[in-house]
Design a protein around this ligand. Structure first.
Ligand code: GLP
Length: 259
């Protein structure tokens, strides 16, 4: 099962995950990161620049999880724009080495296959950062997504469009379709790090970590992964049945294991 780390707040989670990324980059400057958007991973991205200062990041690569379909890349809420603003620019990465699936309508039918090829050509993803939607989605894999799915176009649920309406003028402006790494793509990454903060995520986190493995809660796919880490604050951990065991186990974790 996933290792659950309960931290006091989002900033602590950001530091913990940023430290692990730095450990990877020190060991291998050509590390491949899987990048999530949304508000959850921001503390990680905020903690990274100071920690990476002085390290060679010129060979670092990144692959975003997902993108809206039909939203111009220059739109401030396209995930290309978000990744550039939150990750590429602050870390001084080469934008050409940080890929986001193409949501352009022209060529959308082969954009998923192209993205899969690019991930394989880069040698796969070393550490995949994940958030989780209130309906349990990871990436944009809505309930019902196949555990074998690869990068493809999906239709967003109304719940997800409402959740994401805060980034747009109205819910009607949130695109109907997205292109997302599949659950099968995500499961190929060598280490999954799922973050969640706040009471609103507690049910989805409990389902993903302790519920049945089911396509009805796509985040539960992490239970199939040999190295999955879930980093949550107390509120997001509030519905975890075995929270005491997770605290105990993390307190006695051998230092050599890393995150
Ligand atoms: C978005 C993204 C997901 C993200 C999730 C949660 O729709 N596609 O990758 O994990 O929803 O978002 P937030 O972190 O803002 O709560």
């Amino acid at each position: 099962m996933a290792e659950v780390v309960i931290v006091p707040d989002a900033a602590s989670a950001g530091r913990l995950v940023a430290d692990e990324i730095v450990r990877l980059v020190r060991a291998n400057p050509a590390t491949v990161l899987g990048l999530a958007t949304g508000s959850t991973p921001l503390p990680v991205y905020e903690a990274l620049p100071a920690r990476l200062a002085g390290l060679d990041v010129s060979r670092l690569r990144g692959f975003a999880l997902d993108e809206y379909v039909g939203l111009d890349v220059s739109h401030p809420e396209s995930y290309r724009s978000v990744i550039d603003r939150e990750v590429v620019e602050p870390l001084g990465l080469d934008p050409a080495r940080v890929r986001v699936p193409s949501g352009a309508l022209d060529g959308i039918e082969h954009a998923g296959d192209d993205y899969e090829e690019a991930i394989l050509a880069a040698g796969g993803i070393d550490l995949q950062i994940l958030g989780i939607g209130t309906d349990g989605h990871i990436g944009f894999n809505e309930p019902g997504s196949s555990f074998a799915s690869l990068t493809r176009v999906k239709t967003l649920t109304q719940q997800t469009r409402e959740d994401n309406a805060r980034f747009f003028d109205s819910v009607d402006d949130v695109p109907m379709h997205c292109i997302t790494q599949g659950l099968g793509t995500i499961l190929r990454a060598r280490h999954l790090v799922l973050l969640a903060f706040g009471e609103g995520k507690a049910e989805a986190v409990a389902g993903a970590v302790e519920g049945p493995v089911t396509a009805s809660l796509p985040g539960s796919a992490i239970q199939l992964h040999p190295h999955a880490t879930v980093v949550v604050d107390e509120a997001a951990a509030s519905r975890l049945r075995f929270a005491d065991y997770y605290r105990h186990s993390y307190a006695h974790k051998p230092a050599w294991q890393g995150l």
